[in-house]
Ligand binder design. Structure first.
Ligand code: GLN
Length: 252
């Protein structure tokens, strides 16, 4: 069911964030602890996006290979430090292709995005919201998956200047109105803030010193983490994390 991680804080080597801690994203790719439904492992590729000082647009590495088989990424990860990272390992939903371009993070302008879950009744359930997409957004869809359509919708709204928290909350509302059984853990960042939702799947938050981390499953020392309740919206930056029940935003 995919696992994702978002980090903001002092520059950290990618391997210390994603590969070496106890129950890191690497371990979660082959031995996740809280999948809740669907798959048992996350072997259908992975992706890592990270921000650099030189430019507001993030760099990104994606592949359809399982994380533990990619020795080139392991080498790269030791040499790259970043103060803002979004990474995900993928368990493809049945019927969706196992290709590099279906792996999160999706990106556009300064944004990175991940979706952990599935839209129940896809593709029909997304037909109504997707009708608003510009033809260019349809033509540049990353992959024929629910997550790629969610990203195209969000990207279009962000490009049009919609407030990112409002854009995420509204998208949740629209999709869940069409398809209430969907699983909708979203994660969005511009490198300065993390915006996340929980709708069915797990999410944990770690606030430590000048850093904040959101992760589907805790890694490293377990006592550092707090579980985010289901049906929440999280807005986090290096000053802390705010958890808001989605019911207060009138999206359910
Ligand atoms: N439905 C999405 C996909 O197939 C996300 C899958 C997941 O969270 N396991 O890519």
């Amino acid at each position: 069911m995919c696992r994702h991680v978002g980090y903001l804080g002092p520059p950290v080597p990618l391997d210390e964030l994603l590969l070496t801690p106890e129950h890191s994203l690497l371990e979660q790719s082959w031995a996740p602890r809280d999948m809740r439904s669907g798959g048992t492992v996350n072997v259908d590729g992975f992706g890592v996006g990270w921000y650099r000082d030189s430019t507001p647009e993030p760099a990104r590495y994606r592949t359809e290979r399982p994380l533990w088989t990619d020795t080139s990424f392991t080498e790269l990860a030791g040499g790259v430090r970043s103060s803002a990272v979004l990474a995900a390992v993928r368990s493809a939903t049945v019927g969706m292709p196992v290709v590099e371009t279906a792996c999160a993070p999706f990106s556009g302008d300064r944004w990175l995005f991940s979706h952990n879950g599935r839209v129940d009744g896809w593709p029909d359930a997304l037909a109504k919201p997707a009708a608003e997409l510009d033809v260019v957004d349809l033509m540049t869809l990353d992959a024929p998956t629910d997550s790629a359509v969610l990203w195209a919708l969000l990207r279009q709204r962000l490009r049009r200047g919609q407030d990112p928290v409002e854009a995420v909350a509204r998208l949740m509302g629209e999709v869940l109105a069409e398809s209430p059984g969907s699983r909708m853990n979203l994660l969005l960042t511009d490198g300065a803030a993390l915006i996340a939702t929980t709708w069915w799947h797990s999410l944990w938050v770690r606030e430590a010193g000048e850093s904040v981390t959101l992760s589907s499953e805790p890694f490293g020392p377990q006592q550092d983490w707090t579980e985010v309740p289901d049906r929440s919206l999280v807005v986090a930056d290096t000053t802390g994390a705010r958890v808001i029940p989605l019911s207060e935003l009138d999206v359910s």
